[in-house]
Design a protein around this ligand. Structure first.
Ligand SMILES: C[S@@+](CC[C@H](N)C(=O)[O-])C[C@H]1O[C@@H](n2cnc3c(N)ncnc32)[C@H](O)[C@@H]1O
Length: 270
């Protein structure tokens, strides 16, 4: 059960303790359903500057450590730090290796020294951070001059079919909230980091039915944790209403779920 006893953070994003608990619970099931996360992280890896050779790199929001292992292979001369807010994820990732250090911590308050990293890599984690300016400030602080921050995140438009279908049923918040792409642009511009590239690209997955989508979100730990979400069991009539409403989006490949993915490469000026 999701713990509702903690107050929600301002800004409409879920409480971090709930995020950590939800991802910890999802650690065992995450890898089996993380195809989008794999595709996005590989795309982000492909966008890293080819001449990058970090002596110390950070995988921020490492989850099960899949990309910590990829970074460890690519930068095998460097010292890797894998960091996550969810203990359950770190316990899953640590025995699989890839990084030298596995650290519990918050992207908004990194437990790392200033000027201590050459690369901050973060795939599909910072959409969970209410204070993205703080995340950028921390990346700026821990990067050495010339260091790179590469992140992938999600913005408004993500899961819009699910959001609109729920709205047709009861008008309540059933889908996680996301920042506008223009907010990412503004915050990156104001960060003191140089914006090398920043773009948003849609990626659409297809499901045979609504249940397959909502089960997958739960297995990822990414189901709705927003303040204002409906409590209690989701009644049968509402589920049927949701299934009916979602059908308007059906395509030949199945029911679409759009992810609006943000990719950014930023650099700390010399
Ligand atoms: C969708 S998973 C992505 C994991 C991994 N990067 C990947 O691509 O497979 C998001 C991860 O971000 C972590 N996370 C969420 N908020 C965080 C925060 N404030 N600081 C550090 N990690 C956070 C979650 O615990 C979760 O493991």
């Amino acid at each position: 059960m999701t713990d509702l006893s903690h107050p929600a953070l301002p800004g409409g994003l879920p409480d971090k303790r709930q995020v950590a608990a939800s991802f910890s619970r999802a650690a065992a099931s995450y890898d089996s359903v993380a195809q989008l996360q794999r595709d996005v992280g590989h795309e982000l890896l492909g966008r890293l500057p080819t001449n990058l050779n970090p002596s110390r790199w950070l995988d921020m929001g490492c989850g099960t450590g899949y990309f910590s292992r990829a970074l460890g292979v690519r930068f095998n001369q460097g010292e890797g730090v894998a960091l996550d807010i969810a203990q359950g994820m770190l316990e899953h990732a640590r025995p699989l290796g890839g990084a030298r250090h596995f650290v519990a911590g918050d992207a908004e308050r990194l437990p790392l020294q200033a000027d201590s990293c050459d690369l901050v890599f973060s795939s599909l984690a910072v959409q969970w951070c209410a204070d993205f300016a703080a995340v950028l400030g921390e990346a700026h602080r821990v990067l050495r001059p010339g260091g790179v921050m590469a992140f992938a995140s999600l913005c408004v438009g993500t899961l819009h079919e699910l959001r609109e279908s729920w709205r047709a049923v009861d008008g309540l918040v059933h889908v996680n909230r996301f920042r506008l792409f223009s907010d990412y642009q503004q915050l990156c511009r104001d960060s003191g980091l140089r914006v090398v590239s920043l773009e948003s690209r849609p990626q659409v997955l297809h499901y045979p039915d609504v249940r397959s989508l909502t089960h997958e979100l739960k297995a990822l730990g990414a189901h709705n944790l927003n303040p204002g979400r409906p409590g209690g069991l989701t009644g049968r009539a509402r589920i049927l209403g949701l299934m009916h409403a979602y059908e308007q989006f059906r395509q030949a490949e199945g029911l679409p779920a759009t992810y609006q993915v943000v990719y950014a490469i930023l650099e700390k000026p010399l």
